[in-house]
Design a protein around this ligand. Structure first.
Ligand code: NAD
Ligand code: UD1
Length: 339
């Protein structure tokens, strides 16, 4: 997509969508956010305008509402869509699978119908390293076998497969599935970031809650894994690097047709205890923790082979673990002081 084109971000008010909105606006794209605010706040829009000094179009709607979506695509003269909208909590997906099938899979089919009617063929989809299931080898490249271990993962896998079928049926389709590893951190302003309403499931927002005194200690889920310090190892990627990856992905779509899946990770793994220490450095206070049982379904180690993104998108992660922690801490402090 060329600079100046208009891009619609479903779920654009959410964690990854809002950071991507900043990068796209800064790069000269027109950005329309389409969100039902089921997991985000309207105040994000003001913060985006403060950060970029630019205006964002906002359409409040659900991706399953095909008519509203199609109208938004036409009215804002959209050239490409980045599809972030969806539910993402693994545990909740086990308890409420039908909500996940509906929101994620039915929502995507609705988007595809709206895009078809509006004549739009360019799509970037938020996929996840979860589509690799239990790793067979490391680092995980894009040829690694795919599988699902829970309903959330199954929705990502099914959507990828639907999109591949669509691309096979119509040679004018340009579809890029970006498989994110573990996004963390926040925009350097501290104005946008990840602050879940409930008790966080994921490590970094949980550590941030402990650091700010809102939770007493971190539970470290197991220290008997086959890893250097016994705790789980993951490929944490700064959300601004991830946002840059979407910009590179959009530019890539201009010159490629068909379906493609590409990892967005750093290629490096850090353990839970390494994350705790890095966050302690960033916030200048101790993070109390207790070792508890392993979390059901967790794996020991997961990190990406990130070469394909470099070869095809000319993108690679640049930001350090320290930047991930300091930006997350800045955002947490702001969120706490303005609460
Ligand atoms: P998020 O919950 O912060 O953002 C999702 C946004 O979509 C929210 O603003 C929410 O209100 C909106 N939304 C949800 N359902 C909707 C619907 N039916 N219609 C319209 N809007 C809807 O999540 P995020 O972390 O920004 O994740 C974005 C995408 O990336 C998701 O698809 C997620 O599965 C995927 N992903 C996230 C991670 C991660 O760790 N954050 C990792 C891999 C993949
Ligand atoms: C989670 C999702 C996965 C998604 C990925 C990227 C689950 C079960 N899986 O996996 O689908 O693709 O994020 O966003 O939610 N940990 C603790 N204490 C905590 C929280 C986490 O010790 O309170 C440990 C975990 O055991 C793991 C590491 O921290 O070793 C990272 O956990 P988390 O942030 O939940 O990410 P993933 O497990 O990679």
């Amino acid at each position: 997509m060329q600079k100046g084109n208009n891009i619609l971000l479903t779920g654009g008010a959410g964690y990854i969508g809002s950071h991507t909105a900043v990068v796209l606006a800064d790069a000269g794209y027109g950005v329309t956010l389409y969100d039902n605010f089921s997991n985000s706040s309207r105040s994000v829009i003001q913060n985006l305008q403060t950060i970029t000094g630019q205006r964002f179009n906002l359409v409040e709607g659900d991706v399953r509402d095909t008519a509203t979506l199609e109208r938004a695509l036409r009215e804002h003269d959209i050239e490409a869509v980045i599809h972030f909208a969806g539910l993402k909590a693994v545990g909740e997906s086990v308890e409420k699978p039908v909500e996940y099938f509906d929101n994620n899979v039915v929502g995507t089919v609705s988007l595809l119908k709206a895009m078809h009617c509006a004549g739009i063929r360019n799509l970037v989809f938020s996929s996840s390293a979860t589509v690799y299931g239990q790793p067979h080898y490391l680092p995980i490249d894009e040829s690694h076998p795919t599988s699902a271990t829970n309903p959330y993962g199954r929705t990502k896998l099914h959507i990828e497969e639907l999109l591949a079928d669509l691309a096979r049926s119509d040679s004018s389709q340009r579809i890029l599935c970006l498989r994110y590893f573990n996004p963390v951190g926040a925009h350097e302003s501290g104005l946008i970031g990840e602050d879940p309403n409930d008790i966080p499931n994921n490590l970094m927002p949980y550590i941030a809650r402990v650091a700010s005194g809102r939770l007493p200690h971190l539970n470290v889920f197991g220290d008997d894994y086959d890893t250097p310090d016994g705790t789980g190892v993951r490929d944490y990627i700064h959300v601004m690097d991830l946002a840059d990856g979407h910009l590179a992905g959009l530019m890539h779509l201009q010159k490629s047709t068909g379906w493609q899946a590409i990892n967005l990770g750093t290629g490096k793994g850090f353990s839970v205890l390494e994350m705790v220490r890095a966050f302690e450095q960033a916030c200048g206070r101790p993070i109390p923790y207790q070792i508890t049982d392993r979390r059901a379904g967790d794996i020991a180690t997961c990190y990406a082979k990130a070469d394909k993104a470099w070869q095809h998108l000319g993108w690679r992660a640049e930001r350090t673990l320290e930047e991930m922690c300091t930006s997350a801490w800045r955002f947490t402090q702001r969120a706490v002081s303005s609460a």
